[in-house]
Design a protein around this ligand. Sequence first.
Ligand code: ADP
Length: 289
Amino acid sequence: YFEVIGQNLLDQPSISGIVLNLHDITERKRVEKELSMALHTALEASRVKSQFLTMVSHEIRTPLTAIIGIAEVLKETPLTLEQQKYVNVLETAGNTLLILVNDILDFSKVESGTLSLDQVHFDIRELVEKAIAAAAVRAGEKGLTLTVEIMPDVPSGIMGDPGRLTQILLNILENAIKFTERGEVVLRIKNNPDAKDDEGLLFSISDTGIGISEEKLNTIFDSFTQVDSSIRRKYGGTGLGLAISSRLVNLMGGRMWVESTQGIGSTFYFTIKFGSPSMDDPYIIQGGK
Ligand code: ADP
């Protein structure tokens, strides 16, 4: 391959001779072709991997749901103490596996770009109340204080995906509770001052827990990241929660970040953009919210 530079001189009548500058670009073309082939192969591999993970996860989920269902039914029958212990182990192990399978399914969907978000009207205060009620049980067991502060200018009726927003909130709240032995967990919500169109929310979840080391802060949103194997053994988890949540937040037009000091605690932040329901929306009229 050659690239010719200087051809445009031919247009000018006063020029009687031309110098053609020929560049041998064979190597550049070869590299470009190799890069494009590598990119194509990587995209194809990622698509096949995602399809495979989706298929396997679905195939595992069905029998697993049956196993958990039967464990739940067995728990209601008269059992000896030993049998109760076995059934509890069965149920807990089944649920752990189900969380892992669901996480893998979600992660493969967000990675391959096949996850689509709902756009429905919902009440943000109601959603937060339910998420807090779910997390409060575990916080109560550990003797932690769990509080919520929602600024009054946060609108109640917003448009978005309530299920996925709940998933993000629960992931961060459950982590905050899991990695805190004493003290408090505080969820704060306010209008995002940086959102140009005034339609963004800023969430922060602070804890007084074990904190995250500076070097680990960079990889905390990568998939299968757990700070170290001793933490994994002590606290369990799949290492996929934050990877999924941060990508869901990106899909909602926002971003997620964290500030943390080891031994003092962590604060996870995330922003989302949301649509406002229109004025003739029946939700506003009926709910008056
Ligand atoms: P997991 O399911 O293992 O909790 P996550 O992606 O949700 O996976 O979190 C990844 C890792 O980040 C956790 O295993 C933990 O080491 C660290 N981490 C997350 N949240 C906190 C927190 N609030 N305080 C301390 N460490 C945290």
